[in-house]
Design a protein around this ligand. Structure first.
Ligand SMILES: *[C@@H]1O[C@H](CO)[C@@H](O)[C@H](O)[C@H]1NC(C)=O
Ligand SMILES: *[C@@H]1O[C@H](CO)[C@@H](O)[C@H](O)[C@H]1NC(C)=O
Ligand SMILES: *[C@@H]1O[C@H](CO)[C@@H](O)[C@H](O)[C@H]1NC(C)=O
Length: 446
């Protein structure tokens, strides 16, 4: 169609922005210049855009309603945008494109005159050739393909017979790091499996905890200190007395995301769920999606920080502040142990801050100033972790009792494993509920 004729037909109903207050505002177009050549300009569709006409001239003024050196009427949105693409226009930095555009929106015409755009960068031509699904995606993953807002980064309903190894790595190593939990991670069906469309991760007593530990073959770490330990001198004090499991997402991403997990959290003394995002570059830096202690209660001076409390928020697991390990976390107080029932845990991690929900109820909110860990303006690459662990050296502060029984070990004490084992009344609290069950997990890009 001849753009000028069309424009003449529509000029009678052109609505200038001055008179259109409160109505459709033509969005500022997104311009992209490519090297060695190629040019694209686009506006988002809002389902009422019927036509997008672009008229431009390079480094020369364009007068109102002049067709220009290049122009096109775009009548159809592709992947949510009305785009004018010309693969042959050759631009260089600081070239100025003078243009006017015309948009027909819900049967009204809108014209924006006397505009200009200066080429500020030349993007690789591959970005023009690949199907442009969204402009300037904020989301990056290790894979070259880009993601758009609304795309699912991770989605698993655990409905297969086995764990989807494209999505997850099933860990097997000795966690000689971070909070030094009192378990090893093992990839075995007694520990990690799918039952009735549910991911189940369990923990159990290591039968031969004082023997040599050798997690080769199948160890998921390269450094052998995480894979094998020999039975010399104090290993009886140091070797992990329990076995549990952990999945880490293969996909890492740097994005603002919504995370939804329907899960039943573990119950049992000194067991805790590991449901968090972990910074790939700084593994001590976590965003806890759902943390609770497996203990029915965990009390000191009448204050109970046991399983009736759910925690969420950014957390640095290296900060072993025994007085108040969860100083900065959001807390939800439940009438009963959180692990008694299935719940839906959600985290909305957006540019304005982090929001945490249980069963659609908002219980925690962090702006980038309210937490020293919440400055997510410069979000780093993270991965999702689903697992359970036992004990550790910061998550169960000393001086508390669990159902009246003293904590069996002291944080950061070299005899912690021995003491944990010798005062093993915690084992009586472990049952078939001492596992993490996950119905589904979804991570959606925002
Ligand atoms: C993300 O979560 C927020 C807060 O619950 C919600 O308003 C928004 O619609 C969600 N976005 C997506 C893409 O799921
Ligand atoms: C524990 O160690 C004993 C003696 O070395 C061995 O016979 C037994 O098979 C081991 N049990 C397990 C579960 O590894
Ligand atoms: C976490 O805390 C440790 C110990 O205070 C500190 O060295 C480290 O830099 C912190 N990490 C991040 C990502 O803030």
């Amino acid at each position: 169609m001849d753009g000028q004729t069309l424009q003449e037909i529509l000029i009678i109903c052109v609505c200038f922005p001055l008179y259109c207050y409160g109505q459709y505002q033509v969005p500022t177009p997104t311009f992209e210049a490519f090297k060695p050549k190629g040019f694209r300009v686009s506006i988002p569709d809002d389902e009422k855009v019927e036509l997008f006409a672009f008229h431009g001239k390079i480094n020369k003024p364009i007068i109102q309603i002049e067709p220009g050196d290049f122009s096109q009427d775009v009548l159809k949105a592709v992947n949510g945008r009305f785009s004018y693409t010309d693969p042959n226009i050759k631009l260089k930095e600081n070239d100025v494109i003078n243009y006017w555009i015309f948009v027909q929106h819900d049967q009204l015409g809108f014209r924006i005159d006397e505009q200009s755009w200066t080429v500020d960068e030349l993007r690789p031509i591959e970005e023009l050739n690949e199907v442009s699904r969204c402009i300037n995606p904020r989301i990056t993953t290790e894979e070259p393909n880009k993601l758009c807002p609304g795309d699912e980064i991770i989605h698993d309903t655990f409905s297969g017979k086995a764990i989807d190894l494209n999505t997850w790595k099933v860990e097997q190593y000795i966690p000689e790091e971070l909070d030094f939990p009192l378990n090893i991670y093992k990839n075995s069906p007694e520990i990690v499996e799918i039952v009735d469309d549910t991911l189940q991760i369990r923990t159990q007593l290591a039968q031969n905890f004082s023997q040599n530990i050798n997690l080769n073959p199948g160890c998921t770490r390269t450094d052998n200190m995480f894979c094998a330990k020999s039975n010399r001198h104090q290993t009886v004090m140091w070797n992990q007395p329990t076995v549990s499991g952990k999945l880490t997402s293969k996909r890492t991403f740097s994005a603002f995301v919504n995370i939804t997990i329907r899960a039943k959290l573990p119950k049992g003394d000194y067991v805790y769920p590991e449901i968090y995002l972990q910074d790939v570059a700084n593994p001590e830096s976590l965003i806890l999606i759902a943390f609770t202690r497996g203990n029915e209660n965990y009390e000191k001076n009448g204050i109970d920080i046991g399983g009736k409390q759910l925690y969420g928020g950014p957390y640095n697991i290296s900060i072993k502040d025994a007085k108040n390990p969860h100083n900065y976390l959001a807390i939800y107080k439940n009438a009963e142990h959180i692990g008694n029932k299935w719940h839906t845990f959600r985290a909305n991690l957006g540019p304005d801050g982090l929001n945490f929900y249980i069963d659609d109820q908002l219980y925690g909110r962090f702006s980038s100033v309210s937490s020293p860990y919440a400055d997510f303006k410069q979000i780093e690459m993270v991965r999702l972790v689903l697992g359970i662990a036992v004990g550790g050296h910061s998550l169960f502060p000393d001086g508390y009792t669990s159902s009246g029984k003293e904590k069996p070990y002291k944080n950061l004490d070299r005899y912690s494993v021995r003491d944990f084992l010798s005062k093993s009344s915690w084992l009586e609290t472990w049952s078939s509920d001492t596992g993490l069950q996950v119905d589904y997990v979804t991570v959606t890009a925002l």
